[in-house]
Design a protein. Structure first.
Lengths: 610, 304
């Protein structure tokens, strides 16, 4: 039974505009009220920007450019038979997103770029706000899904206000959005940077409703950099980054896996130099002190870095370094890159960085045969267990991509990728050896021909992938996995017509010991502008027949389309609709034979460029 | 992480029950027993956070409470001393009548342990002992003279820091052909090392990187478009089923999406970030990363 996906009820009064969005999925039924005072404000801003720009143009030198918009996205999923949970929703049922990114230029030297991107409903699944449903103003401002940033810039002085994603260097800080204030000053060749703010507010632990909220402590960051730089010549910089949790900012019980209040301090030094004829060298060395639990007592055996950080019993202090050098030119590049991360190297600015590894990569690129041949290749190795705190494992990585344009009609692309993973294990400690090797090779010839009215491109692609897993425990064994993919695509281009179709057919076969998977896909697309190019229509149909082992086939049908209507030179109404119907064969068992689902997404929005 | 050690905890409980039963007939005034997880967490500060890492049972059969201190000695397999308790700083415990069960927080507080040379260096740098086998001994001593009150109890254990999986395919910043990707995308990663004796679950998550989002920002804020638990295997074939958009989709949204947060072109199509969360048999994260999420360093790919 296909359920009704969602329905919208609109109620209007002089002060608020309420949308009742009802999804009929019983588990995720959402009754959401959006007080669209904010939406009205944003629409007012969007519409007034056109006026403001006209005004700005008259009162030179003030000018404004950028974009703004509002987008609604609705998602629906109906599953049959009732109670079938084999397919889970993969988008929020309803979401409204706003973006407002103007740059106001007051004079040649003074500009004010803004970056406001935010959403109506939190959808955090990973990180500090995982599971949050209701957020206070502080949490809204620091939620990674929202940006509220201003960067007023006068000559060499840039002030950074609100949400900023600042990358000082690869080993100090760079992955985290912080809501705060700071500056970046570049007088002459000198560089001074400072920023402080909050990346996450305190969030109490909650066991229910499931899946619960793990909780988070309020984290405050401080970062500072001083250096000297001349573009395309050299850079010398010292970077300091500190992140500190406030242990009293959240109520989180001490449970296995619960967040602990942490503190980290990192000091790094960068030296880069560009030489003549394209030669270059880049380097950075860093030392971090990271405390896993601020509640621990002081560690008398370890030097901290007072007053920035005091060593605690759970503190670790380790080093990291990276070095790359090589040569770049129009037709030839070569470079060697190395990176070392000690087992205890942890920084708050890169929360997912995996330590305890040493890796090196040799990269090259060259053009030959009057630029008709292009080759890109790399080879490298990654080794973990730098401090003998774990079992050593090695990975080998090699890639090659070779493209040749033989003539105006025929080109050929060949690629080869290999990675190997090998750990000898430890028989004394009872850990097994593991060896995984992946080899992928692809061949892709393309033939193009044309006449007076059209050109035709026919492309074929074949990929073979082999993945072998070898292990010693519980009993020595090897698992082989072979995958074949063949794709044929045809794209005609008409010189005198505005329609742009494309067609493709794909065959995929995966052969593993317990799973033989086959997919056969046919797809066709069409793009056509109408109404004097004001309305752009694009659509695609895709059908896939899938088969697992000897079960009866699964069928998948997808239809998607874009409808973009240019309301005037600056304002565009964008629409996207897609529906995905999937019907299983009998692979789920007799009770679920023929189980199916219908998944739909609709996205509509107004975008203004000014 | 807790579930990873739950089998050992169950074993420990049975041993403790036997011990308590046995002691009811014992004559000694103070008897002790030690149950130690043979493969405790590699990070020593986690021992006190994980229930069942150390269980030390004291039976006081004389009338009246006793005062004592706990001395812990760790030795390498060749007999080299790794650590011993600074008894002058050790806390005096009061042992009441009957049976007392003490855990790692009481028996093995790190702040009063003195580690020798290279072991102290290893602890300061990594928080872990070097991967090896060790002997762990616990002894009850007089609070003032440090004279033994009960024979030492010794157990062996081995440590080896776990290495979370490293994501291999699609590689970081790799561009995938949309014609192939819209039917199937192959994900591959390295296994958790060393391989535990219990089942490892790999939770594969893929997040769409929306316009003006940085990759890690998308991971920390968006609903995953793929959230799949793969038991033991290190590869998965995903049918995206329309989630990638399509070749001719060049709406205003996707135009923005082709630009990175800093305005530079990051790819010609939509971008996605993916990661593996490593879970134990009862779906608890094997929390050996700084976030205690057991999440591997994420990487992103684009659709061309």
């Amino acid at each position: 039974m296909v359920e009704k996906l969602f329905s919208h009820t609109y109620t209007l009064n002089p002060y608020t505009y309420t949308i009742n969005l009802l999804s009929t999925n019983k588990i995720h039924n959402i009754y959401t009220t959006i007080k669209l005072t904010n939406m009205k404000r944003l629409l007012f801003i969007i519409l007034s920007l056109a006026f403001f720009q006209g005004y700005a143009q008259k009162k030179k030198p003030v000018s404004i450019s950028g974009s703004a918009g509002i987008t609604y996205e609705g998602y629906g999923l109906s599953r049959n038979p009732t109670g079938f949970t084999g397919y889970q929703p993969r988008r929020p049922w309803n979401q409204v997103r706003f973006n407002f990114m103007p740059t106001i230029k007051f004079s040649q030297h003074f500009s004010l770029p803004m970056n406001f991107n935010f959403a109506a409903f939190p959808t955090n699944f990973a990180g500090p706000y995982a599971g949050i449903k209701k957020q206070n103003i502080g949490q809204l401002l620091t939620n990674p899904m929202n940006n509220f940033g201003l960067n007023p810039t006068y000559k060499w002085a840039e002030f950074q206000l609100g949400t900023q994603y600042l990358k000082y260097s690869d080993l100090s800080t760079g992955d985290i959005g912080i809501f705060g204030a700071g500056f970046s000053l570049k007088p002459g060749d000198y560089r001074f940077k400072f920023f402080t703010g909050t990346s996450q507010q305190g969030l109490d632990y909650a066991a229910t409703p499931l899946p619960g909220i793990p909780g988070a402590y309020k984290r405050t960051h401080y970062m500072f950099s001083i250096g000297k730089e001349r573009e395309n010549d050299y850079l010398v910089a010292f970077n300091f980054a500190k992140g500190k949790d406030n242990p009293s900012s959240a109520l989180i019980p001490v449970l296995p896996g619960s967040p602990l209040p942490q503190e980290g301090f990192t000091l790094s030094m960068q030296v880069n130099k560009d030489f003549k004829k394209g030669w270059y060298i880049k380097s950075e060395g860093a030392n971090s002190i990271f405390t896993k639990n601020e509640n621990d007592t002081a560690n008398p055996t370890m030097k901290g870095f007072k007053p920035f950080i005091e060593a605690k019993m759970s503190s670790v202090s380790d080093y990291a370094a990276q070095l790359s050098f090589g040569k770049k030119s129009k037709n030839f590049d070569i470079g060697l890159g190395t990176k070392y991360l000690g087992a205890g190297f942890q920084v708050t600015g890169y929360p997912y960085m995996q330590p305890d590894r040493f890796e090196y990569t040799l990269n090259t690129r060259f053009n030959a045969m009057k630029n008709k041949t292009n080759v890109v290749a790399s080879i490298g190795q990654r080794i973990n267990n730098v401090n003998n705190s774990s079992i050593r494992a090695k990975q080998f990585i090699g890639n090659l991509n070779w493209f040749t344009q033989f003539n105006d009609k025929f080109s050929l692309n060949v690629n080869f990728n290999n990675f190997g993973f090998n750990t000898a294990g430890n028989t004394t400690l009872g850990y097994p050896s593991i060896k995984n090797v992946s080899n992928d090779i692809g061949v892709n010839p393309t033939y193009t021909w044309s006449n007076k009215t059209m050109s035709n491109t026919l492309s074929f692609s074949y990929n073979y992938s082999n993945y072998t897993e070898t292990f010693s425990l519980p009993t020595p064994g090897t698992q082989q996995n072979n995958t074949h993919t063949a794709l044929l695509s045809y794209i005609p281009v008409y010189f005198n017509k505005k329609i742009s179709p494309d067609f493709s057919a794909l065959y995929f076969y995966n052969d593993a010991s317990l799973a033989k998977i086959t997919f056969a896909t046919l797809s066709a697309g069409l793009a056509v502008p109408v109404a004097k190019d004001k309305l752009k229509l694009r659509g695609q149909l895709q059908y896939t027949l899938g088969k697992l082992n000897s079960f009866t086939p699964n069928n998948n049908f997808i239809a998607s389309c874009n409808v973009d209507y240019k309301l005037n030179k600056k304002l565009t109404w964008t629409n996207y609709l897609t529906t995905n119907y999937y019907k299983y064969g009998n692979e789920l068992g007799t009770t679920l034979t023929g189980a199916n689902y219908l998944e739909s997404t609709v996205r509509t929005g107004l975008q203004v460029r000014f | 992480m807790a579930g990873y050690y739950k089998m050992n905890i169950m074993k420990n409980k049975i041993l403790i029950a036997f011990f308590l039963l046995f002691n009811t007939a014992a004559n000694a005034q103070l008897t002790t027993n030690l149950v130690l997880n043979a493969r405790p967490p590699a990070t020593l500060t986690e021992w006190s956070l994980i229930r069942g890492t150390i269980t030390y049972v004291i039976s006081n059969l004389q009338s009246g409470p006793r005062k004592a201190k706990i001395k812990v000695t760790i030795k390498a397999t060749d007999g080299t001393e790794v650590s011993t308790t600074d008894l002058n700083r050790a806390r005096t415990i009061i042992i009441p009548d009957g049976n007392s069960i003490l855990n790692a927080a009481t028996v093995f507080p790190l702040e009063i342990q003195r580690f020798t040379g290279k072991y102290q260096n290893s602890l300061n740098r990594t928080g872990k002992l070097p991967a090896d086998s060790y002997q762990f001994c616990v002894e009850l001593v007089e609070e003032a003279s440090f004279a033994p009150l009960a024979p030492p109890q010794c157990r062996s254990f081995s440590v080896a820091g776990l290495q979370l999986p490293i994501l291999m395919m699609p590689a970081n910043e790799q561009g995938l052909d949309i014609k192939k990707a819209q039917t199937a995308i192959m994900f591959r990663w390295t296994p958790l090392v060393p391989k535990p004796s219990t089942v490892v679950n790999y939770r594969l998550q893929v997040f769409e990187i929306l316009s003006n989002q940085q990759p890690v920002q998308a991971l920390r804020s968006n609903q995953p478009i793929l959230d799949k638990i793969i038991i033991g295997q290190t590869q998965f074939i995903w049918q995206p089923q329309g989630i990638l958009g399509f070749e001719m989709e060049k709406s205003q949204d996707s135009l923005i999406q082709r630009k990175g947060w800093d305005g530079t072109i990051k790819g010609t199509g939509k971008r996605f970030i993916w990661t593996i969360q490593t879970l134990d048999a009862v779906q608890n994260p094997i929390g050996i990363d700084a976030n205690y999420e057991g999440r591997s360093e994420p990487i992103w790919f684009s659709i061309n």
